[in-house]
Design a protein around this ligand. Structure first.
Ligand code: AMP
Ligand code: MG
Length: 413
């Protein structure tokens, strides 16, 4: 604490994951700037405007099946086929008594018809007549206008993160241009004298700078503008200069390494000159040390150097903050599933555990199992995991069959 400067705080008490995340989210404000983009370039961006349906979707009643458009009131009477309505080629006339129109899925239901008889339920005769095998109810197999969205209805709200389904919906409304929040600029640096770039041989004591690549990947998934500021030696002037210039160009600055107990005092002293930084001991495993705060106008995350800790803390703290700063509406954290454990898990009471796990599809349903070694430098475990198993701070060993909280790492969208 002797080195701590004004505006700096090194909490002596461990902080819970939830308290840390709440504090981080409270300090993470959405970007203000917006820009107009074409829908084709909007994937991964956050909508900055409410979108209302400009017209009914669907715009007209159309068939849900291939079959025959007819009047339900004529029951099972033999019908004469008077024409056809194909997708993009509507039938122009009107369906009268004991008449029908051959119709395909998505084609306009012709005037006069109020039901579609599916083709499997029609006996077709050589003289262009059919005998219905069932009586159609009014509205059968017809998609009504405005069934998806009525004209003027709120289709998507500002703050929606645009994934493929939202892009598809906007396209179905004919929206070509839309306002999105500007991309968040995220700068990152790795600290450590031992780090070497890929490609060269390693001298004893040296390691490859793997966090840079994992971080880059996690940021790309969030569609941020990424500023890779390289590798900084464990030297106060270099770190100060790098963080200072990062904070002038980026909305978020992320460093890895140099925040563990041994380093924190001197980093704390250094960063106190640049902003207000908290040095937290988070009550979690992996990822106990975490620095968070404000560097000039930028949000700062000092993630631990151990590669698994860096990833787990990124997902628990930096990702929610970045999503909120991108303009996304809540939630900023993924849902927690409760799944039965397939095997016992070892744990000491004290800290919230984020064990790397994998999902098992069993005859009894979905279960979850831990992945071998759980130390914070074992990247192969992280690489084989498809989920994190979260065990509460006070919990001890977890027994096979008990329900545990699970965060899925893989997602369809
Ligand atoms: P530190 O947080 O700086 O004390 O580092 C903790 C551990 O993480 C040490 O074993 C470091 O060598 C390792 N480490 C730090 N930065 C990186 C990085 N960029 N890539 C891979 N390992 C790292
Ligand atoms: Mg270090």
């Amino acid at each position: 604490m002797a080195h701590c400067c004004s505006g700096n705080e090194r909490d002596s008490l461990a902080k819970s994951v939830t308290d840390a995340r709440d504090a981080i989210l409270a300090a993470s404000l959405p970007v203000q700037g917006t820009e107009n983009v074409h829908l084709g370039n909007a994937l991964g961006r956050v909508l900055a405007m409410d979108i209302h349906a400009p017209a009914d979707v669907p715009a007209w009643s159309n068939s849900a099946m291939d079959g025959y458009a007819l009047r339900s009131m004529d029951d099972d009477a033999i019908r004469r086929i008077i024409g056809q309505s194909f997708a993009g080629h509507p039938f122009k006339g009107r369906v009268g008594a004991d008449e029908c129109v051959r119709i395909m899925t998505g084609a306009v239901v012709p005037e006069g018809a109020d039901a579609v008889l599916v083709q499997e339920e029609a006996e077709v005769h050589a003289d262009r007549k059919i005998t219905p095998q069932t009586v159609s109810k009014a509205g059968a197999n017809i998609r009504q206008p405005g069934e998806d969205l009525q004209a003027g209805a709120l289709a998507l709200e500002a703050g929606t993160w645009l994934r493929p389904a939202q892009i598809g919906l906007l396209a179905s409304l004919g929206i070509a241009e839309l306002a999105v929040y500007r991309r968040l600029r995220v700068a990152f640096i790795s600290t450590g004298d031992e780090l070497r770039p890929l490609g060269g041989a390693l001298a004893p004591g040296q390691i490859y700078d793997s966090n840079r690549y994992a971080l880059h990947g996690m940021l790309e998934r969030l569609d941020c503008e990424i500023l890779d500021l390289g590798r900084i030696a464990d030297d106060p002037e270099s770190i100060e200069a790098a963080l200072h210039s990062a904070a002038t160009v980026a909305d978020v600055v992320i460093s890895t390494g140099g925040v563990s107990v041994g380093d924190a005092d001197y980093i704390a002293a250094l960063l106190g000159r640049l902003g207000t930084i908290h040095f937290w001991k988070i009550n979690m495993k992996p990822g106990r040390p975490l620095a968070f705060g404000q560097l000039g106008n930028a949000t700062f995350f000092g993630l631990p150097g151990n590669p698994v800790s860096a990833m787990v803390t990124f997902y628990q703290f930096a990702r929610p903050s970045i999503l909120k700063r991108m303009g996304k509406a809540a939630p900023w954290t993924p849902p927690l599933l409760q799944l039965p454990l397939a095997q016992d898990l070892q744990k000491k009471p004290g800290r919230t555990d984020f064990q790397r796990g994998h999902l098992l599809q069993t005859p009894a349903g979905l279960q979850v199992a831990g992945i071998g070694q759980q130390a914070s430098h074992i990247m192969s475990g992280m690489a084989h995991a498809d989920c994190l198993i979260i065990l509460a701070a006070e919990a001890g060993h977890a027994k096979a069959g008990s329900l545990v909280d699970v965060q899925i790492l893989e997602g369809l969208v």
